[in-house]
Design a protein around this ligand. Structure first.
Ligand code: C2O
Ligand code: CU
Ligand code: CU
Length: 491
């Protein structure tokens, strides 16, 4: 039987539902970490890299006591890791074999709005959607997941998500660990509640205004996971693909590690730290050094959520184990970490928190700037290649974060202070502590389309589904943006 990764109470009291559960916050690591298969893709005659994804229902065995009904790409749970290099053109055939409409969004990808996979690109059951675009951005850990209007939480929770790794020849020779599944390891972290007969429990009366918070941790769909370390250094590509939970990743002996990348690419230089906090949708690449024979556990400490009312309902008190890393008695050498990695983002005004603010975004309750998402409303138009300064503020009450499609931003300031080292690289999703305005510089791409919007929203999926989301278009000079558009509802 497998072990359950029981999370601290979270107010739910479901921890003893299974005999698999050992101690609260302690996990028996009995399952080898599943590494999502790498979809290399194939080349078509036009030289494009072609991938096939099929969203479908299925079953997965997470633990003893019966299979769980899940949704996944290719059956089972989650999907393959897609991988492409900067400069390549990709084409993805996304087939929907689910009983309902879905979409597939490329989170963190810079691409034309019609390829973005948001709520305006529905894939009806039995049909295939085939977006194509040229990958043109730095090496980074991106991901894909459904984004159907009002249904994102359910589709992601049931298992539809996967990684999309972008390689960049310019930074490919830095010597970072890069053997996929060996010393370059995807770590997709999600929390689940298992109900009767091991079904995924999708709701609970004590949702606490956040949506689903699970008491059991899966990594790449593996419960109670361990990974065999065979090299001196290992890169972990951490993705918080949870609906609502924020993690504060640490190592069990409090050792430091090197943070080398965030959402949109590598940091200017490795940042030595002993923790990295990720809210839903955020990624981090970290490099951990090992001595032969040791065991180290990746854990989550109680996250720092700022003022959020009752910490216990939002996981603010929870600490638990995530993944055990087991070093072999002999470890292959790894190259030393380079002293510098990538160019620092420099699109904002020098000196950081300058005077000019082009747009303000306030998150409160389930509204963004006092409005709920309306598929037919365009909230603003931005010019191609323009740089705008945005101020993002959570008014509090509940935790919120902010994600914007098609672009990455440079963080200029947090509550008026210079950003901490973990926010000095490119980001597309950022946690907002209540009443601590975050200023960012956003550079729009050159994909103009006055009629097809991109999204910006809170990535706590219940909030997104509730309407904490808006839409913008990117236009060329002289192009008039649509002021309203006919929605495709797909339902
Ligand atoms: Cu990962 Cu609009 O989302
Ligand atoms: Cu996105
Ligand atoms: Cu929110």
């Amino acid at each position: 039987g497998a072990a359950a990764a029981a999370v601290g109470a979270g107010g739910f009291g479901l921890l003893w539902a299974s005999a698999d559960v050992s101690t609260v916050g302690k996990v028996r690591f009995v399952n080898r970490l599943v590494i999502p298969s790498l979809a290399a893709g194939r080349r078509d005659e036009a030289g494009r890299r072609v991938f096939d994804l099929r969203a479908t229902t299925g079953t997965s065995r997470f633990r003893s006591g019966g299979a769980t009904r899940t949704w996944g790409f290719g059956g089972g749970y989650l999907g393959p890791t897609l991988r492409a290099a900067r400069g390549e053109t990709v084409l993805v055939n996304v087939r929907n074999d689910l009983p309902e409409t879905t979409t597939v969004h490329w989170h963190g990808m810079r691409l034309p709005a019609a390829m973005d996979g948001g709520p305006h690109q529905p894939i009806r059951p039995g049909t295939t959607w085939s977006p194509t675009w040229k990958v043109d951005q730095p090496a980074s850990t991106l991901w894909y997941h459904p984004h159907p209007h009002g249904e994102t939480a359910k589709h992601v929770y049931r298992g539809l998500a996967g990684l999309f790794i972008v390689d960049d020849p310019a930074t490919g020779r830095l010597g970072l660990p890069s053997r996929y599944g060996v010393d370059d390891v995807p770590v997709i972290v999600q929390d689940k509640n298992f109900g009767d007969g091991n079904r995924f429990d999708e709701g609970h009366p004590l949702m606490g205004g956040l949506g689903i918070m699970g008491d059991t941790i899966l990594v790449n769909g593996t419960l109670g996971p361990y990974h065999d370390v065979t090299t001196r250094r290992v890169r972990l590509r951490l993705l918080n693909a949870s609906n609502a939970r924020t993690y504060r990743f640490v190592l069990s002996d409090r050792r430091t590690f090197a943070l080398v990348g965030t959402d949109g690419g590598l940091l200017p230089a490795p940042h030595t730290t002993d923790h990295i906090q990720l809210s839903p949708g955020e990624r981090a690449e970290i490099v951990v050094a090992f001595a032969p024979g040791e065991k180290v556990v990746l854990r989550s400490d109680p996250p720092d959520l700022g003022e959020v009312g009752s910490a216990r309902f939002v996981g603010g008190d929870d600490a638990f184990d995530v993944l055990e890393l087991r070093a072999a008695d002999r470890l292959a050498p790894s190259p030393a970490l380079p002293g510098s990695l990538a160019e620092a983002p420099r699109i904002g005004p020098p000196g950081g928190a300058g005077a000019r603010v082009d747009r303000r975004f306030e998150l409160s309750g389930s509204k963004l700037n006092g409005k709920k998402m309306d598929m037919s409303r365009i909230d603003f138009a931005a010019a191609t290649n323009a740089t705008e300064i945005w101020e993002l503020t959570s008014l509090g009450g509940k935790p919120h974060n902010f994600h914007v499609h098609d672009t990455h931003f440079q963080t200029l300031s947090v509550a008026g202070a210079p950003p901490p080292p973990e926010l000095r690289g490119w980001k597309d999703t950022i946690f907002l502590r209540a009443q601590q305005p975050v200023r960012v510089a956003v550079r729009f791409g050159d994909h103009a389309d006055p009629r097809t919007p991109y999204m910006f929203h809170c990535h706590i999926l219940y909030h997104e589904d509730q309407g904490m989301m808006g839409q913008f278009v990117v236009t060329e000079p002289g192009q008039a943006p649509a002021t309203s558009i006919a929605p495709h509802t797909g339902h």
